[in-house]
Write a protein that binds this ligand. Structure first.
Ligand code: ADP
Ligand code: ADP
Ligand code: ZN
Length: 213
């Protein structure tokens, strides 16, 4: 199954991705995670993308597209994958379609998760991430048992540099301008599944599974 998770920053894409890949046994491809790993590892790519990310702007299409192209041809993607945070522009979506069509493949479904701005801001600003295993927490909605420490691995929790009020607002603006048009793009192809992201994360997941069946 080849899936795309679409939705504004902070809506819960990463959270749902973790549950979806477990249920359907497909790899999770998060362009944001790939970039953050490169920034942490101080790679050439990391240096190129860091400034865009810290400002809440999109990384240029050519950089993102080449990473995804390389990733989806890997062996673990042969029975499917879940794209999270990609595509984010119509140009990226077209590049993906072109690449898949060369391999005689198609996207099966696009899961579009939505919630209003206040919810997105509250979720993004309260997000905390484990620096060792990448597990995601929320100070209010899914707090760690021990403040600042990962339940799963004991790692330290940190706040993403771009999860400040100003940058989250900027990212939402960028989403509305550049990413939201993809809803129409995939609706026209008959691939769109709309899911209400305001519910509890388990309910959102149940709705996704129901929509996929
Ligand atoms: P995205 O990948 O879309 O930016 P995340 O999955 O990282 O979003 O979620 C953003 C924050 O909101 C995280 O702290 C996460 O724990 C929390 N969260 C995710 N889904 C829900 C939900 N349904 N209800 C409340 N909080 C949620
Ligand atoms: P969120 O879901 O909370 O917005 P992500 O982890 O998906 O966060 O993305 C973080 C940042 O990484 C984005 O604000 C952007 O700078 C960059 N990024 C991730 N994916 C893409 C993409 N497909 N195109 C351009 N920039 C991207
Ligand atoms: Zn951890």
């Amino acid at each position: 199954m080849r899936l795309i998770l679409l939705g504004p920053p902070g809506v819960g894409k990463g959270t749902q991705a973790a549950a979806i890949i477990e249920k359907y046994s497909i790899p999770h491809i998060s362009t944001g995670d790939i970039f953050r790993a490169n920034i942490k590892g101080k790679t050439e790519l990391g240096k190129k993308v860091e400034e865009y990310m810290n400002k809440g702007l999109l990384v240029p299409d050519d950089l993102v597209v080449s990473i995804v192209k390389d990733r989806i041809v890997k062996d673990d993607c042969k029975d499917g994958f879940l794209l999270d945070g990609f595509p984010r522009t119509v140009a990226q979506a077209e590049a993906l379609d072109e690449e898949l069509s060369k391999m005689s493949l198609v996207i099966d479904k696009v899961i579009n998760i939505e919630a209003e701005k206040d919810i997105l801001i509250e979720r993004a600003i309260g997000r905390r991430i484990c620096k060792d295993c990448g597990a995601t927490y929320h100070v209010k909605f899914s707090p760690a048992k021990q403040d600042g420490i990962c339940d799963k691995c004991g790692g330290e929790l940190y706040q993403r540099k771009d999860d400040t009020l100003d940058t989250v607002e900027k990212r939402i603006e960028v989403y509305l301008e550049q990413t939201k048009p993809l809803i129409d793009y995939y609706a026209k192809k008959g691939l769109l599944l709309n899911v209400d992201g305001t519910k509890d994360k388990k309910e959102v997941f149940n709705d996704i599974v129901k929509a996929l069946e």
